[in-house]
Design a protein around this ligand. Structure first.
Ligand SMILES: [Zn+2]
Length: 285
């Protein structure tokens, strides 16, 4: 590992550690499983996920990047644009196609089996941002290779987007109560903790909203933005997975490979209105 990478990891670890402390000092939602067992479980699932992403890079994403560069593949490489604009467009398209991937993870039964492991967490905090099943991240690496080949993003753009994305994912999963006015100013551009908290709600119409991962524009574009839900009314998780016994480490890791009638992919009636208003918060502080 180069010196620069080492420092980046140290800075990332310090930022996550600081957020972990601050979200406990200013919690947004009351916790159901406050003990260390949940955090330990999420860290183990996160370590497996990180190892899978690193292991998938070499046989999947890196060869796709080399092939795309050698053969000049992908949409952006064909556009007569200056490099800065190409990078900007690449960044936006990577983020938009991740929105599409997230929707597929909810809508397709096979993908939902893996993504549900992330959603059955009974609480939502920065450690949930690490809690992705290793199978989901192996599949995501395949999708990433497709993004590289079809979009034609260069490796610098991909690296910058991935770094910003990781920070965004940890941030918007956090249980940090930001001042509501500040969050209202942030949410037209970025996914925030209250916005993503609604996506982790047990109500189907909430779960079927707020799919963006970095820029919040994609939900606005597709009318899947839902902000008028107070956090006090949000119950985190998936129906049927109510108790800590439902979400143990073994239960979580084996979930995609078991037949479980509780795992139904999302079906929201098409007519379901998705109201777009500024963030609502009934609690007074
Ligand atoms: Zn989701």
């Amino acid at each position: 590992m180069s010196k620069r990478w080492r420092w980046q990891w140290v800075a990332f670890g310090a930022a996550v550690g600081a957020l972990y402390v601050v979200e406990r000092l200013r919690p947004l939602r009351a916790r159901k499983e406050p003990g260390p067992a949940r955090v330990g479980r999420n860290l183990v699932i996160g370590l497996l996920a990180g190892a899978t992403t690193a292991a998938s890079e070499w046989p999947l994403v890196a060869p796709a990047q080399r092939l795309a560069e050698r053969q000049k593949l992908g949409l952006i490489r064909r556009l007569p644009l200056p490099r800065t604009l190409r990078m900007l467009l690449g960044f936006l398209l990577l983020d938009y196609t991740l929105y599409v991937w997230h929707r597929l993870n909810h809508g397709l039964r096979f993908l939902w089996r893996f993504h549900a492991v992330h959603h059955i967490d009974l609480d939502l905090d920065s450690t949930t941002g690490l809690r992705f099943h290793f199978g989901e991240l192996a599949l995501a690496a395949g999708f990433r290779a497709a993004q590289v080949l079809l979009l034609g993003v260069d490796r610098d753009t991909l690296r910058v987007w991935q770094q910003v994305l990781v920070i965004s994912v940890i941030f918007h999963h956090s249980n940090l109560e930001l001042p509501i006015d500040f969050e209202r100013r942030l949410v037209p551009f970025l996914v925030t903790p209250r916005m993503h908290g609604i996506h982790h709600s047990r109500r189907t119409e909430d779960l079927d909203s707020n799919y963006s991962s970095l820029l919040s524009w994609w939900d606005r574009l597709h009318r899947s933005l839902r902000l008028n839900v107070p956090q006090a009314s949000v119950t985190i998780g998936i129906p049927g997975f109510w108790r800590p016994d439902d979400v143990t480490l073994a239960a979580s890791l084996t979930l995609p490979f078991r037949h479980d009638p509780r795992l139904q992919p999302l079906r929201t009636p098409e007519s379901q209105p998705l109201e777009v208003v500024s963030l609502t918060e009934r609690r007074t502080s």
